[in-house]
Design a protein around this ligand. Sequence first.
Ligand SMILES: Nc1ncnc2c1ncn2[C@@H]1O[C@H](COP(=O)(O)OP(=O)(O)O)[C@@H](O)[C@H]1O
Ligand SMILES: [Mg+2]
Length: 239
Amino acid sequence: MSVLELLDAAEDVGPQAPVLELRAATRSFAGDPPVHALHQTDLVVQAGDYVSVIGPSGSGKSTLLNLLGLLDRPTEGEYLLDGIPTRDSGERERAALRAGHIGFVFQAFHLMPHRTVLENVMLATLYSGVPRAERRERAMSALDRVGLAHRTDFLPTVLSGGERQRTAVARAVVAQPRVLLADEPTGNLDSESTSAVLDLFDELHADGLTLLVITHDADVSARAQRRVRIADGHLRELT
Ligand SMILES: Nc1ncnc2c1ncn2[C@@H]1O[C@H](COP(=O)(O)OP(=O)(O)O)[C@@H](O)[C@H]1O
Ligand SMILES: [Mg+2]
């Protein structure tokens, strides 16, 4: 199937399709013995949900996020993004789905050190087909939204951790994704910056964005509307 056919198929499913849906999905890593990083999992995230997944180191959080972000595939089971089955999708389709549907935020920011804040955010729409002037406008507006309109010409290296992560959030939302996936987004931040990033997540959620935030921090987890715990690759709803 081409990407356009996939997107059409998504529309046929209608607005009721969950944004994210794991169906009996597992992820194991070969080895002696093999690692069952994610046991059989059903997870449905609806449009507008704000979900946190909390668990200790090694519990399977990143494994889960990699599946949800189409960075990895389940060993068994199916994963649907916006109602689109992805089990048999090729790498090009997955890349297109990622670009069109998902914004990522990682613990380590992953900003380009020699590009300005504005350029970093603009890079997220590089292959979107949108003219450069419009991409610039959208990046400015995303940076305004995260409170960094006064830092657009700075290099990330001179920013505080909190400002770097807010830049990463602007980059994640500039293409208007269906969902924001965050893996330990506050893991490198002090409490003040953590609080600023969590306030920003609240605002994005209030604007209708779907969020899934992975964390080992109970305070971060508590900010979500719906909380899920992961332990040894097993998920359990907390609320
Ligand atoms: N590529 C891999 N190969 C083998 N084992 C892996 C791989 N990735 C993760 N694991 C194992 O799967 C388990 C869950 O890892 P991970 O999802 O990274 O945990 P978390 O993000 O919660 O710290 C751990 O036991 C880890 O060692
Ligand atoms: Mg991890």
